[in-house]
Ligand binder design. Structure first.
Ligand code: ZN
Ligand code: ZN
Length: 271
């Protein structure tokens, strides 16, 4: 197996997520076959009442399954413990107690719900202009980052996943001011961002976020960047990772970030 130029996939799901059927124990062998050296299985944990995933996540069982996989694959691949928590700022007590109760390496903070709507589903867009949709989302995301508590912002421009189909376009540049405010606050809080390649599997066809946003983040002094496929199926892991070295270089990054017990470390892309 050739080693991938990007050795980490830090965003994927297993059957501990309501929307994935992949047994956690299958993930390490899939990753090894692709040439990954390190993965983080970031199952969904949600507290939002309308979210189907609410109450589904079982952290103790997740950690038991992860420990079994760590023993089985010891010395062959690094398996980080992760979770993708939705709307942290709206459920701070629940989120913080989960983060404290278990030895997570890495926590993605994602915003999936705005004004009682899932931002990936059609009803969020009904009767609303493109500007209203994205401004409401980014304003809420700024609140979430301002609260903090997690390690990276998940799929920063996620409403485009369906918004592209509704409006026939998406441009980060039109929301530069609020996105820069989010990035600035993230940097102050020690929060990084991820490049999520999963959005490129949808009609929008681009990674989340795009090169523009990666450049702004770097320009503002941002250094923490993880790479994730958001795979929910046995396939899709490390999706289009071969394109990432050029994008990272164009944005001014020479390293990607890994996390151990919530502490970031850097992996040089030249090595
Ligand atoms: Zn997500
Ligand atoms: Zn995800």
């Amino acid at each position: 197996v050739t080693r991938l130029p990007i050795p980490h996939d830090y965003h994927m799901h297993s059957a501990f997520s309501v929307d994935s059927q992949v047994p956690l124990g299958d993930r390490p062998a899939q990753a090894l076959a692709l040439g990954l050296r390190e993965i983080c299985i970031t199952d969904h944990c949600d507290f939002t009442p309308l979210e189907p995933s609410r109450g589904y996540y079982r952290p103790a069982d997740y950690f038991a399954a992860l420990e079994r996989a760590r023993e089985e694959f010891d010395g062959r691949i690094t398996l980080r413990a992760g979770v993708e928590i939705g709307e942290w700022h709206q459920f701070p007590e629940e989120a913080e107690s989960l983060a404290r109760a278990y030895p997570y390496d890495f926590i993605i903070g994602s915003l999936h719900w705005v004004n009682d709507h899932d931002v990936m589903q059609p009803p969020y867009f009904e009767g609303r202009t493109e500007r209203e949709v994205y401004e409401a989302y980014y304003t809420e995301l700024l609140k979430m980052v301002d609260h903090g508590g997690f390690d990276v912002i998940g799929h920063l421009d996620i409403p485009k996943r369906h918004g592209f189909t509704v409006y026939g376009r998406y441009s980060d540049v039109e929301f530069e001011e609020v996105i820069r405010a989010i990035l600035r606050r993230a940097i102050e809080q020690g929060i990084g961002i991820e490049i999520n390649t999963g959005t490129a599997r949808r009609p929008v066809g681009t990674f989340s976020p795009t090169l523009d946003v990666l450049r702004w983040y770097r320009e503002l002094g941002g250094e923490i960047i993880t790479t994730g496929s958001d795979s929910h199926r046995p396939v899709d892991m490390a999706y289009r990772f071969e394109e990432l070295p050029a994008i990272l270089a164009a944005a001014g990054f020479s390293a990607i970030t890994g996390f151990e017990r919530r502490i970031p470390y850097f992996v040089d892309l030249g090595s």
